[in-house]
Design a protein. Sequence first.
Length: 479
Amino acid sequence: MDNQTFDFGMVGLGVMGRNLLLNVADHGFKAIGFDKDLQKTADFEAAASAGTTVKGVNTLEEMVARLTTPRRIMLLVPAGKPVDDVIESLLPLISEGDIIIDGGNTYYTDTLRRYEYLRPKGIHFIGIGVSGGEEGARFGPSMMPGGDEAAWQQLKPILSSIAAKVNGEPCVDYMGKGAAGHFVKMVHNGIEYAIMQLICEIYELLHRGGNFSNEELHALFSEWNEGELKSYLIEITAAIFRQTDPETGNYLVDAILDKAGSKGTGKWTSQIAMDMGVAIPTIDMAVTMRTISALKTDRVQAEKLHRELLARQANAAPAHNLSIDKKELAEDCRKALFAAIILSYVQGMSMLHTASRDLEMDIPLHNAVKVWRGGCIIRSTLLGTFYDAYQRNPSISNLLLDEPIAALVSRQLAALRKTVSLAALNGFAAGGLMSALSYYDAFTTGRLPLNLLQAQRDYFGAHTYERIDREGKFHTQWT
Ligand code: 6PG
């Protein structure tokens, strides 16, 4: 056995672990990876770039023994019990001051539990959100570490060198205390869900409503990606429209079943937002639409039944055909999409603001938007705009209170209203766009009709109400 030592260890050489570790090695660090699967360690070594120092091993003992101290060991194994199992296996082998990093999409309370468990043992635990998929992991992900700040400082040189860069700045920074890293990544995924849903709704309006062909959609989305909407998700959507199916020669997107999968991070975002009392309706709607998409058989049956019923009533069946000039429709859709995307980020950021305070994570919000500018799935030029807003006012509770952002949204608003009405009048399921508009309208309405709701609560349940003209709690004998 040679005596080579290593700077960074990885447990789990699946797609993400292997690519991230190769990225570490490419930046001049000696990288060692563990996987029980002999094929995976062999594949890892075979994929290494010339001149880099890598090793794949099949026992944790060997990996730990070869790491320089304090040891930096990252876990990229499936979230849940496998993470606990690896931690338990590592504990007898590692020493005080060593750092364990969990890079999976872990539920944030699990991260908090592990952080508290390892702290008295002198082991630093960093929960880190990693975004950007396979390509990002290999050539520059966005990373969201949280937990022990001193441990982050020790990881900073390696993580900064492997991260994506925007204007020379690495897309990795400290996200706050405890489980903040995984929390920020979860909200990132919630926003990802919302934007993907919004793009799908716009696709439907253009394709089914406006008769845009896949080639036209490719051209339109490519054009959009040159302007305000420039982002990773718009870019890949443009590319998807052009992809043909090697088997049939037809456009692949048309052959894909309309049932969406999910691994749960969007649902977690919605559940936790509800618990925290934060409104993120566009993310909620995106989760809901994936749920409805799964009901394929029922949907097909319901479409037939309801079409038949509506056809019997004059003018009642939605035409699904927007009689509007294609150019005008495209421009309305562009603006509506832009507004709704901004409003999705706004909702996600308001959730982080509340989590920072109520869950005592002390999340530097400007760091979250800074690391999302590159490498991650929701990267877009808009993040630079949000970054500027947080520079102006780091503790702003809602980005709609920032004047330049308010102005940016208001410029798209007429188009959003028009697009939502078109969708509603013509029977398109556009809950994402609708929820974004409702969020905007509710948040920017000084007096909502919920005075009546308070009266109702007091009427049937003596829940009391507050008044606009006096301090205190009041109850009325309504009957
Ligand atoms: C990323 C992605 C990544 C993964 C999602 C997919 O940032 O790189 O968010 O983490 O693709 O977990 O989530 P669903 O399977 O739930 O759509």
